[in-house]
Structure formats: C-alpha cells, structure tokens
Write a protein that binds this ligand. Structure first.
Ligand code: MTE
Ligand code: MO
Length: 359
C-alpha cells in the first residue's frame, strides 16, 4: 500500500487537519469505479489508526440482544454483499455557490464524489441478528472512533434505510481493504444518501426512537432557506440532508482550457440519489441550445453515477459550456446557484458551467 503522503500528493488538498482533498476532474472521469487512492477524502477530525484484530463493533439500543462483533465475526456470521454505489459530499461543488455570496466550508470543486464497489455485510442482516423490531419511526445512530471537537463523530439514518438491502457495513472498496482515510477497518455505506451519513471507522451503533443528538446530525448538514444566516441559524428551519439531488458536472475539458476548432469531446458525470438519470443535455453556448450526450451506466447499479460524453463543434472564441441532467420523474436542475444558495453551500446542483477558449 502507498503511504498517505504519496496519496495526498495525487489530490487537490483543501486542508491537512482535518484532512480534506479531492481528485482533479479529468482523473475522476477516467474510470467508472474510482480507485481508492483517487477517491475524495472528507474528514471532520483525526484519522484513527485502528488495529483490525482489536477492532470491535457494539450494537445496542432497541434490539433484543446487544452484540459485540469483531471483523471475523462479520465475515463468518453474515453473507457477504457487494454494491457499486456513488458516495458524494453534500458540499460537492460548493465553490460555485461563492459567486452569489460567501458560504462556510471548504471550496469543493466537482470532485467531492466517487464511485466504488463496496463489499461487506448488509446492515439489515446484522440488525436482524440483534433482534431489531422494525418500527417505522426509529433510527440507527452510529458512533465512530474519530473525535470531532471532543466528541466521537456521530450521525443517524432512519431505520428503514438501515434495513434496505443496499446499506452496508463495508470492509472493502474495489476489492481491497479500506484505506485508513476511508474508514479502515469498517465503515457504513448508505447509497443515495449524502456522504455524511456513511460513517467511517465505526465503533458503535444503536437503535433508538430519535435521530442522533450528535452535533454532526443535529446541527450540521441541514439545508437552510437563503434568508437564514450563519449568525441566526435557526435549526428548526433547516431540514436534514439525506437523499442527494440530481446533479451533473463537466469533467473535461477543464475550466480555462484552450481547445482546437472543430469537434471537441466533452465528458462528465451525472448522478441522482435515488432516481435514474435518463438524459443529459450539454451546451456550448451557456444554455441557449443543447445537444444530448451519450450515457454510460452499469446495469444493476441503481445507486451509481452515469457517465456521459458528447462532441461539441464550436467556432473560435470564448465559450461557456454547460450541462444539465434529467431524471426519470422528468425533473431537471436549476440554471444558476442564485436559486439554491444557502449559507452552508450545500447541495450545489445547478447547471455546471465551464469557460473555455477555442483557438
Ligand atoms: N467517522 C467519520 N465518518 C465520516 C466522516 C468523518 O469525518 N468521520 N465524514 C463524512 C462525510 S461528510 C463524507 S462526505 C464521507 C466521505 O467519505 P470518504 O472520505 O471515504 O470519501 O464520509 C463521511 N463519514
Ligand atoms: Mo460530506
């Protein structure tokens, strides 16, 4: 395995402590499954250095038995499950929100996203083994080994999503053990939900009648209306970001690229939390006219992104490329970040625009 220092050198680093980094977009678009070393890293605290043999996961709360499981217990007692799914930070593309007004948090470009083949066991199988009662209003609260401002990282998901077949306790990414920065030895993978709900470095999970009261769940990762400011953030006005919205990005060419005249390849990704992407429109003139891109989507991967590509013929001069996706409910994306601005800069899902020059 390469060292963390070597892997950092491959990425665009937004911060070292906590460590946050994303891949350049052309490299992100190079493979449908993102290699672990090119997968964005979002962390809120330290990167725990855990010993696989000593690692234990506690399961308690509203179950008939409490469980304490080692990694080999997980492997032996439950069937293995593999899901190809996209993970995306709620702050992906936040940089585009700054055009409207300042926002808090790292200025992620469109690279706070990646797709992997995750292998582990179904969280639902583990909860059933613990004798969970499938109560509609219940939640599964997680706690991790990393510390964020003096408390373990903690979030929760509705019990129904925890029991869904796509939700995993994963110990492998693209067929190899998780890298330390991606949650070694075991993390949750909650396909379709914002990355924040997929805790890394798991330590405990608890079935309970209310969402986690951890600040990451209770205060952070909420979508606020535009009139709510950082100073006057009234928690009751924000809703908890779970399922991710329809989004798309241009990965190639990059911003400011100089292209030759004639046909140029334009490529990127489109993604939606829990709906299929059915169409992707690409414009070479800021959205005055559109062509439809070719889509590439793996069968049997409903929670994975769609790759798209097309060729645009543009005359010499400066051009604004734009992309927008459509989902199976006939919904598309807002044109500008004005319509969706919020002070946290979450869910930036307006048309992605890239300025290029044709020589
Ligand atoms: N324990 C723990 N889990 C975590 C986080 C964290 O800081 N600590 N960050 C979350 C956020 S906001 C995201 S977007 C994803 C990122 O996963 P990755 O770093 O493997 O890409 O992990 C989530 N799980
Ligand atoms: Mo995130």
């Amino acid at each position: 395995m390469s060292s963390l220092t070597e892997r950092k050198a491959r990425l665009i680093v937004h911060g070292d402590q906590p460590y946050n980094a994303e891949p350049p977009l052309d490299r992100l678009r190079a493979s449908y499954r993102t290699p672990a070393k090119d997968f964005y890293v979002r962390s809120h605290g330290n990167l725990p250095d855990l010993d696989e043999a000593a690692w234990r996961l506690t399961i308690d709360g509203r179950t008939s038995t409490a469980l304490e499981l080692s990694l080999s217990d997980l492997r032996i007692r439950f069937p293995e499950a593999t899901v190809t799914a996209t993970m995306q930070c709620a702050g992906n593309r936040r940089a585009d929100m700054r055009a409207v007004a300042p926002v808090s948090g790292d200025p992620w470009d469109a690279g706070a996203i990646g797709t992997a083949e995750w292998t582990g066991v179904r969280l639902g199988d583990v909860l059933r083994e613990a004798g969970v009662a499938e109560h509609v209003g219940h939640h599964v609260a997680f706690e991790s080994y990393d510390m964020v401002e003096g408390r373990p990282y903690g979030v929760s998901i509705p019990l129904a999503k925890a029991m869904a077949p796509e939700t995993l306790l994963a110990y492998a990414m693209n067929g190899e053990a998780l890298l330390p920065e991606h949650g070694f030895p075991v993390r949750a993978v909650v396909p379709g939900f914002a990355g924040v709900r997929s805790p890394k470095w798991l330590r405990r999970l608890s079935v309970q009648g209310h969402p986690s009261d951890n600040p990451i769940q209770a205060d952070e990762y909420k979508l606020y209306p535009a009139d709510v400011t950082a100073e006057a953030a009234d928690q009751a006005k924000g809703y908890t970001i779970d399922t991710m919205p329809l989004n798309a990005a241009i990965c190639e060419p990059g911003a400011g690229a100089t292209l030759k005249s004639g046909g140029n390849r334009v490529r990127g990704y489109a993604v939606s939390g829990d709906r299929a992407v059915v169409r992707v429109d690409v414009s070479g003139n800021g959205g005055r006219s559109w062509v439809q891109a070719e889509l590439e989507h793996e069968a049997d991967a409903p929670f994975a992104w769609t790759f798209w590509s097309t060729s645009l013929d543009m005359p010499a001069g400066e051009h604004e490329l734009a992309v927008r996706a459509w989902d199976e409910a006939g919904q598309t994306q807002p044109a500008t970040s004005n319509e969706i601005w919020n002070h946290k800069g979450y869910l930036c899902a307006c048309w992605h625009r890239v300025r290029v020059n044709v020589a």
